[in-house]
Write a protein that binds this ligand. Structure first.
Ligand SMILES: C[S@@+](CC[C@H](N)C(=O)[O-])C[C@H]1O[C@@H](n2cnc3c(N)ncnc32)[C@H](O)[C@@H]1O
Length: 192
C-alpha cells in the first residue's frame, strides 16, 4: 500500500476512534448538516510543528477553520506571539474556547466566532490552518484563492489540497501513527 494511502487510512481510523470518545455536546453536532468534519483534535506537538512549518511570527494573524477546542489559537498566540481567530460551528466548542480565552486573559489576541467556515470572511488571515477532510479542502480552495493575499500560507494537517503544490511537507512521528503537514504559499501554490 502506498505510504500516502496508509497515512490517510490511519488518519481516518483515528477520526473514528476519537468520535467514540467525544463529549456529548460535540457528538450532537454531527447531526448539524453544515458540519464538514468531526471534532478530532490535533496533538499538541503537531500543532507546534504546523505553526513553525508555516514560519508564523508575531506579525501574523492565524485563522483556524474548524477551530475545535481552540488549541491551535492558543499556541499561535502564546508560543508564536501571533493574533488568532477561530471559526467553529459547534456551539459547545465555541463556549469552551471562549472560557479558556478568558481564563488565559488572551482577549486582545485570540477570538472565536461561531460560523460556517465556508461562509466566513477570511480576508484578515495571513496564515490559515485546517484539519478537515479532502472533500472540505476541495470546497475551500476557490475561497482561499479569492480571499487570501499572495504570500499568505495555508497549512493542512494530514489532508492535502489536490492540485496544489506544497512548498513544505513535513512528516512527524506520533504516538500511534505518522502525521503529515502540508504548507502552501498563496501565489506559488498551483501546480504547473
Ligand atoms: C478535525 S477537527 C479540527 C479541530 C482543530 N482545528 C484542531 O486541529 O485541533 C474539525 C473541526 O471543524 C469543525 N467544523 C466542521 N464543519 C464546520 C463548518 N462548516 N464550519 C466551522 N467549523 C466546522 C468541527 O466542529 C471540528 O471542531
Amino acid at each position: 500500500m502506498k505510504a500516502s494511502r496508509r497515512v490517510a487510512r490511519l488518519a481516518l481510523g483515528s477520526i473514528f476512534a476519537a468520535l467514540c470518545s467525544l463529549p456529548a455536546g460535540a457528538q450532537n453536532n454531527i447531526l448539524d448538516p453544515r458540519t464538514l468534519a468531526p471534532f478530532v483534535p490535533t496533538p499538541e506537538r503537531i500543532v507546534e510543528q504546523m505553526l513553525s512549518s508555516a514560519d508564523v511570527t508575531k506579525d501574523d494573524t492565524v485563522y483556524d477553520l474548524g477551530s475545535g477546542d481552540g488549541r491551535i489559537l492558543f499556541t499561535a498566540a502564546q508560543q508564536f506571539g501571533a493574533k488568532a481567530v477561530g471559526i467553529e460551528i459547534n456551539q459547545a466548542l465555541v463556549d469552551e474556547t471562549r472560557a479558556r480565552i478568558a481564563q488565559m486573559k488572551l482577549e486582545d489576541r485570540v477570538q472565536v466566532v461561531r460560523h460556517n467556515l465556508l461562509e466566513a470572511d477570511l480576508t484578515g488571515a495571513t496564515v490559515v490552518t485546517v484539519y478537515l477532510l479532502s472533500s472540505t479542502n476541495e470546497q475551500l480552495k476557490p475561497k482561499l484563492e479569492a480571499e487570501l493575499q499572495p504570500g499568505s500560507r495555508v497549512v493542512s494537517h494530514d489532508f492535502r489540497f489536490l492540485g496544489w503544490k506544497p512548498y513544505r511537507t513535513v512528516e512527524v512521528p506520533g504516538e500511534t501513527r505518522a502525521h503529515r503537514i502540508y504548507v502552501y504559499k498563496m501565489g506559488e501554490h498551483r501546480e504547473q
